[in-house]
Design a protein around this ligand. Structure first.
Ligand code: ASP
Length: 360
């Protein structure tokens, strides 16, 4: 049986860092050189780089392409997202799947951004990295990288995902939740796509089916977005400043099920005025699980001021989706409409009719 083929696009992050005079820094060329010496990633009896066989006897042939300069992911911005998408598109036909090696800090933003930009995706694009560098004797780098390569090369899961700590999560459903633990990511409002244990347990019922259209990059070009987390003494003046031109989109991180201080002086007026002049304001919850709904008066009033409910989108998904939609030539109302529907599996609309039996 032919080997699976995977392109690993290395963008930086802890996984390929070494200690330097100012702390951990990414080092050019080090990850490929080191990976070639690790048996779990390369079988020395095979051509460079080839994994040992899987339990089912298949190997993955893989190569690493570094996107230099390698970055701490705190430095990653929309222009890097576009470079990553272009690197995938440039070699799309040569490989069965793609792994993007990335720092963990902004991995969830990049995963969500790629999920929107890569229209017509029919192959896996799996982001991974590690909390401890591959240079450390004790690390999570080998397992994460090996797992991502095997899944991308041997399984057909046409999703942009994050593979970390034995779990594959849909990228636009994921947030980084732990700065030091090895189980650093969580998909709070959507089940795991794959759990790797003694078996590889794929939730095929959840995996998105490809449209069959060719891959097409719809890039993110806009930077006129912001995110604002509500806090109990926030003033309307702060909000007004935030919403000033040239801002075109705001993700408002609201309390619980989408609540905000609706009775406070001018708060709603400021939001209403911004919405009326075309700023798209989207409400997502500060909670990691659950929906923005119109169940409370405090939340309903926000919607009355033109704020769009972001359902169960993560703040990362809402921000990158808004940025992506605002990069296209769309009227604000069209952007508002698309923010409320699932384009890449990033949100779930709760059922409106209650169900009480398996028979329905
Ligand atoms: N600061 C690093 C980064 O995001 C952290 C990591 O990779 O885990 O690039």
């Amino acid at each position: 049986m032919a080997n699976g083929r995977v392109l690993v696009i290395h963008t930086g992050g802890t996984i390929g860092m070494k200690p330097g005079p100012d702390g951990y820094e990414p080092v050019d060329g080090w990850l490929p050189e080191r990976a070639a010496k690790i048996r779990a990633l390369h079988d020395p009896d095979q051509p460079l780089l080839t994994t040992p066989p899987s339990r089912f006897g298949r190997r993955v042939s893989w190569e690493i392409q570094e996107l230099r300069p390698l970055l701490d992911s705190a430095e990653v911005g929309r222009e890097h997202w576009v470079r990553m998408a272009e690197a995938i598109a440039a070699r799309y036909d040569e490989f069965d799947g793609f792994v993007v090696v990335h720092g963990t800090d902004t991995m969830a933003y990049t995963a969500a951004a790629l999920s929107f930009m890569l229209e017509g995706l029919g192959k896996s694009v799996l982001l991974t990295g590690s909390q401890l560098p591959l240079a450390n004797t004790r690390n999570d780098a080998v397992e994460n990288l090996q797992g991502a390569i095997m899944l991308a090369g041997l399984y057909e899961i046409p999703e942009v995902g994050i593979f970390f700590a034995d779990k594959l999560m849909r990228g636009n459903r994921t947030s980084k939740v732990d700065a030091s633990g090895l189980d650093a990511f969580r998909s709070g409002s959507f089940p795991l796509l794959v759990r790797v244990g003694t078996d590889v347990d794929v939730r095929w019922d959840l995996v998105q089916k490809p449209s069959g259209d060719p891959l097409n990059i719809v890039p993110i070009t806009s930077e006129r977005v912001a995110a604002l987390r509500l806090f109990p003494s926030i003033s309307w003046e702060t909000l007004e400043r935030f919403l000033e031109p040239p801002l075109q989109g705001l993700v408002l991180e609201t309390y619980g099920a989408g609540n905000a201080p609706s009775s406070r002086d001018r708060f709603l007026d400021v939001l209403g005025a911004a919405s009326a002049r075309g700023v798209v304001v989207v409400s997502v919850s500060q909670c990691q699980t659950g929906h923005v709904t119109a169940e409370y008066a405090a939340g309903r009033a926000l919607l009355g001021a033109g704020v769009v409910p972001g359902a169960d989108m993560t703040p990362e998904a809402a921000l990158t989706k808004l940025q992506w939609l605002l990069s296209q030539d769309l009227e604000p109302d069209e952007v508002r409409a698309r923010m409320q529907v699932s384009l890449r599996g990033e949100l779930t609309i709760p059922a409106t009719t209650p169900r009480f039996t398996w028979r329905d």
